[in-house]
Design a protein around this ligand. Structure first.
Ligand SMILES: Cc1cc2nc3c(=O)[nH]c(=O)nc-3n(C[C@H](O)[C@H](O)[C@H](O)COP(=O)(O)OP(=O)(O)OC[C@H]3O[C@@H](n4cnc5c(N)ncnc54)[C@H](O)[C@@H]3O)c2cc1C
Length: 410
């Protein structure tokens, strides 16, 4: 279906076929819009990512991802700066998460967009984008121009759409995290030995190590026979990243007497602050391009998918009414459903990462107070919104450990 302007090639052009772009494409196609997705890569493509998928993602998607799940994840384990361990596992384990490889996950999502009718153009880099009075225009690296009524920037943290259309120039050092990640082949029994639940329950945990980095952490995420081992920290503290990671990695190999085969070794960034504008004229930003990532954990896949869903509903209305004003609905929905949640968790992240002392105090509280431990587990399991988690956690700490609660803020 094309709107009033018959000179456009598509109703919607989407730049980027990651989780945000492919979800927006699937949903917009299902609503009857003509959609094209451009991605500079050919899928399946590798993407640096720990590959942890919260249970809530299953509710957002309208298809099953079991076929590509690597492992069932039942909770998280935090290692405090002083080294003690805190397991946070939802009690009845009824809403487990999973681990995936992004080459499988993103490929599946893109195939689902194609299945719904979206045209997918891989291996096609968009070099620039602009708006004309009644349409948006993107130009490929080869110089081809493609027009649409509306444009979606789903092209990640270095979004060319956002830059071309003046949303932002780039990201400040305190609004992004830098990360390094290796994929380490260790064999499936070693994955279970390192990440398996200590209780023997048939599921694995994701491991987070705090204290080696002043605003960040080291992770160990289980895949079938591979571990994703990595570290991230705020970009303005990026100098700490490599030395802290190397020190941790040497100790980790020692502890488990392993010498993994390294399958990949990459670096990447992700934003931890929503962009000032996410809608302008005929263009909207989704996922990492819009800065929609949890600043505590670095998870952005649920937000990417949810923003894609919200975007498709505003796009659908804007196409039907032939009026870009309806895109503003996306901004409202996104603020209410995603950004307010990210802001709630940003408060906790800032408090937690403020100092080693704060990390230690909070980890101790999560270990010793069973309700606090339950809250973290419920947050991970998707039973609690981030707003509810923050409110309940702060209240609990103020009631049970008032002096420590005050010290966290000083
Ligand atoms: C090291 C690391 C670990 C992470 N671990 C997790 C995790 O465990 N769980 C979690 O939930 N989140 C994690 N994240 C965050 C998550 O990866 C992102 O939030 C998520 O990928 C955002 O999806 P997206 O679709 O917005 O962007 P992306 O997945 O980045 O997709 C953008 C797409 O746009 C394409 N593209 C870019 N520029 C152009 C262009 N000019 N022309 C055409 N195509 C273009 C790219 O090829 C890419 O396919 C991690 C991030 C990093 C860096």
């Amino acid at each position: 279906m094309h709107g009033v302007d018959s000179v456009v090639d598509y109703d919607v052009i989407i730049v980027g076929g990651g989780p945000a772009g492919s979800t927006a494409a699937r949903r917009a196609s299902q609503a009857g819009l003509s959609v094209v997705v451009f991605d500079k890569a050919r899928f399946p493509r590798y993407k640096p990512c720990a590959g942890g998928i919260q249970f809530g993602v299953n509710d957002l998607l309208d298809f099953d991802i079991k076929s590509i799940s690597q492992r069932t994840i039942s909770g998280i384990t935090m290692f405090a700066p002083s080294g003690f361990r805190v397991d946070c596992i939802p009690e009845n384990r009824s809403m487990p998460g999973s681990s995936i490889k992004r080459e499988d996950f993103d490929h599946l999502l893109l195939k689902k967009a194609a299945e719904a009718g979206a045209e997918i153009r891989e291996d096609t880099l968009i070099a620039k984008a602009r708006e004309e009075e009644s349409r948006a225009v993107v130009t490929t690296k080869e110089g081809e121009e493609v027009t649409g009524m509306y444009l979606v920037g789903a092209d990640g943290i270095n979004s060319i759409v956002a830059k071309s259309l003046g949303f932002y120039d780039g990201w400040q050092g305190d609004s992004t995290m830098v990360a390094i990640e290796i994929e380490a082949e260790v064999g499936s029994s070693t994955v279970r030995e390192i990440c398996g639940e200590p209780s023997g329950y048939n599921a694995d945990l994701i491991l987070l190590y705090f204290g080696g980095l002043s605003h960040g952490y080291v992770w160990c995420f289980p895949k079938r026979s591979v571990l994703s081992l990595g570290a991230c920290c705020r970009q303005d503290r990026g100098g700490e990243l490599k030395p802290a990671y190397e020190k941790w990695y040497a100790a980790f190999k020692d502890e488990y007497s392993i010498e993994p085969q390294i399958l990949s070794d990459t670096a990447a960034r992700f934003p931890i602050e929503p962009a000032g504008d996410i809608v302008k004229g005929r263009t909207i930003l989704v996922g990492d391009a819009a800065g929609l990532v949890d600043p505590f954990t670095g998870e952005g896949i649920p937000e990417a998918i949810e923003s894609g869903i919200l975007a498709s509903s505003a796009l659908s209305k804007a196409v039907k009414e032939a009026n870009p004003r309806f895109l503003k609905q996306y901004e409202k929905d996104c603020k209410r459903e995603i950004i307010s949640e990210l802001k709630a968790i940003e408060f906790m992240a800032n408090m937690f990462y403020k100092s080693r002392k704060n990390m230690e105090t909070m980890c101790r509280f999560f270990r010793d107070d069973s309700y606090a431990n339950f809250l973290i587990a419920a947050g991970i399991g998707g039973f609690l919104t981030k707003k509810a988690l923050r409110r309940k956690m702060m209240l609990r700490m103020a009631r049970k450990r008032p002096r420590e609660a005050i010290s966290l803020l000083l």
